[in-house]
Design a protein around this ligand. Structure first.
Ligand SMILES: [Mg+2]
Length: 270
């Protein structure tokens, strides 16, 4: 039994086109082998629901950089302690509610810091900034645990904003285009918790993780088989024991790495 935890952008999805088409052969083989694919992204739940529907994926998934895990009700054939139940999901939650993040943004402004969050922007603003359609921007703006921020004041302002976040028990980390204000969640905690549930169901489950970014590191540390997808921007700096590195970026590398893993498993059981 293989449980595959996968990042989306730059990993299962092409960093530019957001297509997973090159990974189709491996996706089909995973399904045929009875493996479970758990999507684990910094995207919002609204964004991830669209990707899950496109993939026909009905497995648990992890949103907003490990802030919460959504497990379809009844997915595991035993009772376990979720933090809450919401719209057909049992939810595990590590993130800080969005309203608290917005209060921290207000506190930064009161200190005179020139910060702008998604909550201050219209759907059209977000669409323009991110190169999204209006529909995509609306989904990206449905944030529950993470506020993308623009900080317009150089390193001094960035450091002061980080101090305000730190006092409030929050973290402010630089992403690609935006800074991200969030609680102390990361992908690793969420993957470890779901991994335990899968192991309770399938004690022999082998946990695989695939990711391309710095924020994937805690996820890759929490699995048995970490696979680094090289990023188009350059060499990733991950150093982990047993780390496998895919040969290509995005879904091409994902496809090749997953097919190799499946062939190894089949080779062992043959
Ligand atoms: Mg990524």
């Amino acid at each position: 039994m293989m449980v595959v935890f996968s990042d989306l952008d730059g990993t299962l999805l092409d960093a530019r086109t957001y297509s997973f088409a090159p990974a189709r052969p491996a996706l089909e083989r995973l399904t045929g082998a009875g493996a479970r694919l758990v999507l684990c992204s910094s995207k919002t739940r609204a964004e991830m629901e669209v990707v899950r529907a496109a993939l026909g994926n009905r497995h648990p998934f992890i949103v907003e950089n490990g802030a919460a895990a959504f497990v379809p009700c009844g997915y595991f054939p035993f009772s376990w302690d979720a933090h809450r139940r919401q719209e057909g999901y049992d939810v595990l939650e590590w993130g800080v509610p969005y309203a608290r993040l917005r209060r921290a943004v207000a506190a930064m402004r009161e200190e005179g810091l020139p910060v702008t969050g998604f909550g201050d922007l219209s759907v059209s603003d977000v669409a323009g900034l991110c190169g999204f359609s209006e529909e995509e921007a609306a989904r990206a703006r449905q944030r529950e645990y993470d506020e993308p921020l623009l900080i317009d004041g150089g390193v001094a302002a960035e450091e002061r904003a980080q101090a305000v976040a730190g006092i409030r028990g929050l973290q402010l980390v630089r992403g690609g285009q935006f800074w991200h204000l969030a609680g102390p969640n990361d992908k690793g905690k969420a993957v470890a918790a779901l991994g335990q549930l899968f192991r309770r169901r399938w004690p022999e489950a082998r946990l695989v993780g695939l990711g391309d970014g710095d924020n994937d590191r805690p996820m890759l540390e929490a699995v048995d088989v970490p696979v680094l997808i090289p990023s188009a921007e350059g060499e990733a700096r991950l150093r982990l024991p047993h780390l496998r590195i895919a040969r290509d970026a995005g879904p091409v590398g994902w496809n090749q790495a997953v097919l190799e893993l499946l062939e190894e498993v089949e080779g062992r059981s043959a």
